[in-house]
Design a protein around this ligand. Sequence first.
Ligand code: NAP
Length: 227
Amino acid sequence: MATTKKPGVRVALVTGGNRGIGLEVCKALAAKGLDVVLGARNPELGEAAARTVGARYVWLDVKDRGSIEAAMKTVAAVDVLVNNAAVYPAGTVLDAAADTWREAFETNFFGALSLCRAFVPSMIKRGYGRVVNVSSGYGAFAEGLEGPAPYSLSKAALNALTAKLASEVKGDVKVNAACPGWVRTRMGGGGATSSVEEGADTEVWLATPPASGTNGKFFRRRKPIPW
Ligand code: NAP
């Protein structure tokens, strides 16, 4: 369980950190010397994953307000927030069930929104923060909003949240979105073209930019892409 903060070291909270891209982001940020708090909804899987990358574990189900409040008490000040947790439900606008829409938006959009509302105010107060919303090209109008409708539209909303929140932050606080590409994870499948290391690279880069770094933009392979 996450209890102690290492003095003078930036604290990074990663949601959905127990596997896939989230776990790789935790590993890379820990290797850069950050104090990484790996959030996961399953304590057994989360604890085990945290041990493998030298991170602290915190129970975090992004759909559960009580879990977010408990994490706020345990972790307190977060310098870097990576909103990575997501689900990939199938369906079209017309055939996906109402519960499927809710699951997609509660996880992929409201989860990230709640985490931002929980941790960004203290970033602004302390004058430093980095938020990375792990999005997808499927959420980009510029790329045709491809993919299953509940996923695509929830990621489009996450992109809109990124742009809007970036316009509200002050000081050295940056809010950006990243598309990891097509990555070999449970979500991406074995036939995907990128490794988890390649998928995590842009998120890690956005989690640690200098004060002059970018704000309110969408990136893939460290290059800006249109919304
Ligand atoms: P993944 O392997 O399926 O992992 C998803 C992670 O999200 C898991 O740790 C899962 O936890 C967690 N999660 C789901 N619902 C949660 C909840 N309510 N609370 C907390 N954690 C929750 O997916 P991935 O490929 O690593 O995807 C990571 C991010 O990259 C996602 O935002 C995804 O949309 C984005 N992305 C991926 C690809 C790709 O090709 N893989 C492409 C574009 C964008 P459990 O283990 O408990 O289920």
